[in-house]
Design a binder for this molecule. Structure first.
Ligand SMILES: Nc1ncnc2c1ncn2[C@@H]1O[C@H](COP(=O)(O)OP(=O)(O)OP(=O)(O)O)[C@@H](O)[C@H]1O
Length: 738
């Protein structure tokens, strides 16, 4: 099934938001379903764009209506072993926190408290229906991603480690290491914990929202159903994303700007992931932000619901268009609807034959260590999972598999026919396994094991050979990995610098893939971390000019519009067509503000950058084509070893011919250029700090031609690597070579 995307338009707030400024409206489709959002073209109010979702909720929608329609129907699936993920997405101040958390009054409670309340109710029912045999327990974990770092919200801020918690991957699933989990068996306990934890969340007043969330908050509710030594664990995640911000409108100070850059970056990565999945690309850039790693949209199993929060006002026009674009693409993402498996809390008794009715109701045995979300993705993807018949939690007197399947598909009131979830009955069964009754549990395990191995092997074979022009070059990937490693291992001492470097590296990645617009955005986001950096500015200008020249040839509408909008666009002359784009800060550039680029700089190109419309035109003659720039450290502590601007000459086109490289020199330079901190540290006289500074220096140098050091002379010019250090390292090479 695909990600379910619904839009919610918030009401007008206070006396300053006027009805006459409302530009977003909901509309019914031809079947009478309220599932269309209409918004005027910012350039031509007579023209409208329309976006179709699974459902649209108007201003008057109550918290209860939204919950009843969008969340309640999935709780049965949760108890049947499916994971459920609900996340709120939208521009700042559009009502995400209101939707997820809501107010304290009963009627204003948002999805999260309502969901917990419903989970407890259903848990009680399950226990009752099983005659008290099934126990249901609930535990929660709650954390935030603030400036791309993960913090446990059950920990007060003063107890947090600055580096935050690590995110790691296991069995294709990302999890947070060291996150606390609180048992929470009734609503009272939950409310207490939740309120306390929310006080620990990073919020601040901004011009656009008096209580703006400065972080993404992720609440995971783990529901464990235990019957004897069998357990079924599933999770419901509720995610309140921070909102994108157009900093031209926020008046944010430096601290808010850094937060904002991080929020916008992660949302940009999310939109890139959505794009990449939509295009069927092999490489989905999940790893580029913690939020996308954790959300893992499209990779996870179960049910995913995206709630797009919208403000109805004209002042949000461009931002709204931008988020409509992203979310309308998200509804094309397919999510596998696979239940978690029942696990045993004790080792299986292999010799005991399973007979009679219990044979039909039991699952293959699995160790508890793998209890949560243990299904192997690859096997699951192939639909090879044997039919499951765990009936403990089923409605009484009915064969569970059938009951579950029928119900799960019928409980989607607002699904269109095209979006209906396929029943699991229809899943392919290429193994020809008729049912579990024909097999012993040992055979089933063996079969699964074999299929998993096959799928893993296939996946390994399918790994793309990275020789297409769109792939990131190995060198860049290596540098990114090295940087990531250093940041994650805490070796990068200066957090903000590391963050800036991430932007630079992402820019580089995008550039390598020919995605100039995205690269430009990343460079722009690096600016706050490298203030006054002339070379960086030159890069930005260079890219802007390049994009503008390209765009001069390829003025194309970029908004994903539904047929009505498309028709309107098609009739508009090219020069008048709007170029609505998703940009990092949610802004959309105004087409007519751009003067035409110089004719001689226009290159024939059919490529258009779908995610950016640069507004600044810089004559191509004006920009400095030198692609390198120097990092000027803000901190005096570091400045000693940071490359001064003059150090750039080492990569300049100098007349100095590289000295004839001896094997020893070549070996030394190979180590230096490897950017491998462990290797560099193995050089005589080079410690961790020198190695890290050298790598950072290399990252910032002439990246387009690899930024490698070609001679010992050049190495001696690297800050921190004087002639003495280089001579010592050179001498040490002999020992290394032996
Ligand atoms: N449906 C609604 N009904 C009543 N008030 C609402 C509704 N949606 C939002 N609001 C109000 O709008 C204001 C902004 O909402 P909220 O803080 O939830 O926005 P947000 O999208 O979470 O913003 P940010 O991303 O900055 O955290 C709040 O005062 C909230 O109470």
């Amino acid at each position: 099934m695909s990600v379910r995307v619904v839009a919610r338009i918030r009401p007008l707030l206070g006396s300053r938001e006027l009805d006459k400024d409302t530009i977003v409206r909901a509309e019914q489709d031809s079947d009478g379903k309220l599932n269309i959002v209409r918004i005027p073209n910012p350039k031509n109010e007579a023209e409208e764009y329309s976006f179709t979702f699974n459902s649209v909720y108007e201003m008057e929608t109550t918290q209860e209506e939204l919950f009843t329609n969008e969340v309640a129907p999935h709780l049965k699936s949760l108890f049947n072993g499916l994971d459920v993920m609900i996340f709120a997405y939208g521009v700042t101040g559009t009502g995400k926190t209101h939707t997820m958390r809501g107010g304290l009054k009963l009627a204003e409670r948002g999805i999260i408290p309502r969901m917990l309340s419903a989970i407890y109710r259903r848990g009680k029912k399950v226990t009752k229906d099983s005659g008290g045999e099934t126990e249901v327990s609930v535990s929660i974990s709650y954390y935030e991603i603030y400036n791309d770092k993960v913090y446990d919200l059950f920990e007060p801020p003063e107890k947090r480690s600055l580096a935050g918690l690590k995110v790691m991957e296991n069995n294709g699933k990302n999890f947070v290491v060291g996150l606390s989990e609180r048992a929470c068996d009734d609503l009272k306990v939950f409310e207490q914990l939740y309120i306390e934890a929310n006080n620990n969340r990073s919020t601040a007043g901004t011009k656009l929202n008096a209580q703006s969330s400065r972080s993404h908050a992720i609440l995971t509710v783990k529901v464990t159903q235990a019957n004897g030594d069998e357990q079924l664990i599933s999770t419901a995640s509720a995610i309140d994303l921070a909102g994108s911000e157009d900093n031209r409108r926020t008046d944010n100070n430096k601290e808010r700007l850094v937060e904002s850059a991080s929020i916008n970056k992660s949302l940009f990565v999310l939109s890139s992931c959505i794009d990449a999945i939509g295009k069927g690309e092999k490489r989905i850039p999940y790893r580029e932000s913690k939020m996308t790693r954790i959300l893992n949209i499209g990779q996870n199993n179960g049910i995913t619901i995206m709630i797009l929060n919208l403000a109805p006002l004209r002042s949000y026009h461009l931002d709204t268009l931008s988020s409509l674009n992203v979310s309308s693409r998200a509804k094309r993402i397919e999510v596998r609807e696979i239940e978690n498996e029942v696990v045993f809390t004790q080792p299986p008794r292999k010799t005991a034959p399973i007979t009679g009715t219990s044979l039909q109701q039991r699952q293959p045995l699995r160790p508890l260590a793998n209890a949560h979300n243990t299904h192997a993705n690859a096997a699951a993807q192939k639909g090879d999972k044997p039919a499951k018949a765990f009936s403990v939690y089923s409605d009484k007197g009915k064969p569970v598999s059938q009951v579950r399947r029928t119900n799960s598909t019928s409980k989607r009131p607002s699904d269109s026919a095209s979006n209906a979830r396929p029943t699991k009955m229809a899943r392919p069964n290429p193994t020809g396994v008729r049912s579990t009754t024909d097999m012993t549990s040992a055979k089933i395990e063996e079969l699964i094991e074999r299929k998993v191995q096959e799928a893993l092997a296939n996946r390994a074979l399918e790994q793309p050979a990275s020789n297409t022009s769109n792939e990131i070059s190995e060198a860049v990937q290596r540098r990114l990995d090295a940087l990531e490693k250093r940041i994650e291992s805490g070796e990068a001492e200066d957090d903000s610098r590391a963050e800036g470097l991430r932007f630079l590296l992402m820019a580089k990645q995008h550039k390598e893939r020919g995605e100039d617009a995205s690269a430009l955005k990343m460079y722009e986001m690096a600016v706050p971390f490298f203030p006054g950096q002339e070379k960086l500015q030159n890069k930005i200008n260079h890219l802007k000019a390049k994009i503008a020249a390209k765009r001069g040839e390829t003025m194309k509408p970029l908004v994903v519009v539904e047929p009505e909008g498309r028709r309107a666009l098609a009739t508009a002359p090219i020069a008048q067509r709007p170029i609505a784009v998703t940009s990092l800060d949610g802004a959309i550039d105004e087409p007519e503000q751009r003067p035409p680029p110089k004719a001689r700089k226009i290159r024939q190109s059919t490529q258009s950058d779908a995610d950016f419309n640069g507004s600044a035109i810089i004559q191509a003659d004006d920009y400095d084509d030198d692609d390198s720039f120097a990092y000027r450290a803000a901190k005096s502590k570091k400045s000693r070893s940071k490359p001064a601007k003059s150090a750039l000459r080492i990569f300049a086109d100098d007349a100095e011919a590289p000295e004839a490289a001896t094997p020893k020199t070549r070996h030394l330079l190979d180590i230096v250029n490897s950017r491998d901190v462990a290797l560099i540290k193995s050089l005589k006289g080079v410690g961790g700090k020198k190695a890290n500074d050298l790598i950072e220096f290399l990252e910032l140098q002439n990246e387009d031609d690899g930024g490698n050091i070609r001679t010992l002379q050049q190495l001696k010019a690297v800050p921190g690597f004087g002639p003495a250090t280089v001579d010592r390292a050179y001498e040490g090479i002999t020992a290394l070579l032996i």
